[in-house]
Design a protein. Structure first.
Length: 469
């Protein structure tokens, strides 16, 4: 068993109150976590409410605690990163980067200050705007970036003066529980609670009447249930629901110069990134060169256990997701597509799928129209730029997109036409802590990141005072 968090957590109960956790590089269970019961959430949320009153009252102590928490996370990286790799599958270097990002996010939000703002409205009163915390926050986190996405939710929520109940995915609960134990040394009891378990635990947390804000990252299908549950209690929601990001290559692009960046924008974390490149549109005259350049990298990149220093791409995280990747690839091939690289599961234990580049795939194949969320990338040709922009925008998602070319002004003009929350030029998927992260269309509701992420965890409070005579 991994060490239990000192933050309050659901009662483990007997052995039947646990579920197993699988190492995706072997396909075998290697540990277990408490399978919390929904009826136990009342006590957890009550403790979060009790802790909220003191936590919100002293911003100076709150800042000091969050900075101490960041230092504790950094100090625990040597233990956190291997456990994260063991349960998630990503290379160890990426797990260390994820731990560092969690610590950096705590520092960033700890030092943000909303202050008090005067309101100039021409009336003979002094009006001042303050920002107040809203209460206990529920955070529901997926399995692709367990610690990074957890910190993206708890860092702004805690910095705003709220308390938080955090539920990781049942596929990746262990590093999050260890993180909770690390944070418990810096945070007061009840401020951050880690609960683990299978459904309906998450649904019950999202609809709990004591929760004032639900922050969820995951699939659009699950989002609808989360949003419905939160609506029943009028809780605020922030929903990040994935994407089907297009990379649009212009006819002046230097294929070899951008090929590495483009490949890793699609295949980092085995393609299990909400804002990864999931479709590439290339000019017809450059199409063969683009396909060849990407296929070469797919065929020569080392795939293996994330704990092996030689591995650059790990396994798909779980069996259901591997089945989805296999299904989308098989359908693309049945639709007339070609696997120029990969196209199949690797013949070894674990959930490994060969890095796959697909050519000649019809535009209506599910691997193009849906989020495949795995190491599979379709490349599609286009004849006119207007046609390519229409195709890039022809999706229900709108998280990110990118334009690649030599003429930066022209690329920026094309990027302005993309229907998404973030557009990059000659790179993809890079975010700073200070910028907002939000999607268009079905990619989400609300904003994470930067000051906007902090304000999403606050409510305005205005005081009107008569002017002195």
């Amino acid at each position: 068993m991994t060490s239990a968090t000192r933050c309050p957590s659901l009662t483990p109960g007997d052995r039947s109150g646990y579920f197993t956790v699988v190492d995706p590089s072997t396909g075998e269970a290697f540990d277990e976590a408490p399978d919390g019961r929904p009826e136990e959430l009342d006590a957890v949320v009550d403790r979060a409410h009790a802790a909220w009153h003191d936590w919100r009252a002293d911003p100076v102590a709150r800042t000091a605690a969050l900075l101490a928490a960041a230092d504790a996370v950094d100090a625990a990286a040597a233990a956190l990163a291997p456990l994260l790799t063991r349960e998630q599958g990503k290379p160890l270097t990426e797990s260390h980067a994820e731990v560092a990002r969690a610590a950096a996010r705590l520092r960033y939000f700890a030092e943000l200050d909303t202050g008090t703002q005067p309101i100039a409205d021409g009336r003979p009163v002094h009006s001042r705007l303050r920002w107040r915390p809203i209460g206990p926050v529920a955070a529901i986190v997926p399995w692709n970036f367990p610690l990074q996405l957890a910190s993206a939710k708890f860092a702004p929520a805690l910095a705003a003066g709220n308390t938080i109940v955090l539920k990781p995915s049942p596929f990746t609960p262990l590093a999050t529980r260890m993180l909770g134990s690390v944070l418990a040394g810096a945070l007061p009891e009840g401020v951050l609670t880690i609960v683990t378990g299978r459904e309906p635990l998450g649904a019950r947390l999202a609809s709990h009447p004591g929760i004032r804000h639900v922050s969820f990252t995951g699939s659009a299908a699950t989002e609808r249930a989360v949003a419905a549950g939160a609506a029943a209690t009028l809780a605020r929601v922030t929903l990040e629901l994935g994407g089907n990001d297009a990379a649009l290559l212009l006819d002046d692009v230097d294929v070899e110069e951008i090929a590495d960046r483009l490949f890793w924008a699609a295949f980092r974390n085995c393609g299990q990134v909400c804002m990864a490149v999931k479709r590439v549109y290339a000019p017809a005259r450059l199409y063969a060169r683009v396909v060849e350049a990407l296929a070469h990298r797919a065929n020569t990149t080392a795939v293996g256990s994330g704990l092996d220093p030689a591995s650059r791409i790990g396994p798909v995280n779980n069996a259901p997701q591997l089945a989805r990747v296999e299904h989308h690839t098989a359908r693309a091939l049945a639709d007339g597509g070609r696997a120029v690289a990969g196209g199949h599961r690797l013949d070894r234990p674990g959930y490994f799928f060969a890095p796959t580049i697909l050519a000649d795939v019809p535009a209506d194949s599910p691997v193009v129209t849906e989020e495949q969320f795995g190491p599979v990338l379709p490349v599609l040709p286009y004849d006119s730029l207007d046609e390519a922009v229409r195709a890039a925008n022809d999706t229900g998602f709108g998280l990110g997109g990118s334009v690649w070319g030599t003429d930066l002004d022209r690329a920026a003009a094309v990027a302005d036409r993309l229907e998404c929350g973030t557009a990059w030029i000659n790179h993809h998927g890079e975010l700073s802590l200070a910028q907002p992260f939000a999607g268009a269309k079905d990619s989400g509701v609300g904003v994470a990141g930067g000051p906007w992420g902090l304000y999403g965890n606050l409510r305005p409070f205005v005081v009107h005072r008569p002017q002195e005579a």
